[in-house]
Design a protein around this ligand. Sequence first.
Ligand SMILES: [Ca+2]
Length: 384
Amino acid sequence: MAGGLGLALLAAAPFAAPPAQAQRVAGSGEVVRNASAAFRVTTFAGGLDHPWGAAFLPDGRLLVTERPGRLRLVERDGTVSPPLGGVPAVSAAGQGGLLDIQIAPDFATTREVYLCQAVQLQQGHATRLIRARLAEDATPRLDAVQPLLDATPAQSSGRNHYGCRIAFGTDGKLYLSTGDRYSDKMRAQRLDDLAGKVLRLERDGRPAEGNPFLGREGARPEIFTYGHRNPQGLARNPWTGSLWEAEFGARGGDEVNLLRPGLNYGWPIVTYGVDYDGSKIGEGTSRPDMEEPLRHWEPAVSPSGINFYDGDAFPAWKGSLFLATLNTPGLLRLSTEGDRITGEERLLWGELRFRHVLPGPDGLLYLLTDETRGRILRLEPAAP
Ligand SMILES: [Ca+2]
């Protein structure tokens, strides 16, 4: 009897209704319906080991980094190139490796790209910014590779919290986020230290003209904002021109911040999170001389890459800030008005760890999965 019943269930299984709980997104074209939009999830590209940063070229191809130290070009049909030559050595351990990439605003004429990575120096490890040229006279490769800046002091303990996102402002300056490097939280508060900061630089790596701490004794002139823990999200709001940042808290206390020059964003003196062992960090949640986040999350969502959506394929998403989240894995959509957050929607929640999210020139949304066999998923509009 029991055996017969088992066989019947087995036979019926392929036609059974899906379980009520969230199913793993396969990326095979399945349609997902949310309150704001219905979309199809397809796999655009695969075979990527922990893809971390990505930037579209003017012709629609995509440059993508892999954390272990490789850079690849993805064709418009999703074909992934072999690793490009000329990529400098990285320190690929812990959270370190080859991390973000951005193309210069004038890439079409200069072919300049900017990369952020973890590097081993004599005294330890640090976040490093690099400039290079994408050469395509023969096989695509990087040449004229030039280290521009190391977020010193280097630190010998630990390989975590490098930050490492790059964004260009409407002012043409380059903004770089750096993490606090984990072991000594107070690095984020020290103005003679480049850890736990957002830096504002000229395109050759020098401190940018007009920086808030230029000429102040004991302060690094590259600093734009400070008091950040591990900022892996940095994006320019295309409508207001302001710069938005996302950072991981400890246990809870993940933040989205609106960056203004010279301000202190609080870590580790004020935070809405607690330490991993449950103990209190710093003085509390706020202080008048420190900036409040625009939004914070408890429990943690672990936001990594962020970008504003300015495409036309999803009219309901225009003006939204998307955050790729690791834990809870998924995608957050924050609707915005000017420099305010007006709502939040959770997409693909509990499904996959996403390292980064960016809109394509086609208006579709591209997601980098944080996996050894990592992929680039694409969200395409579906009939509601
Ligand atoms: Ca803060």
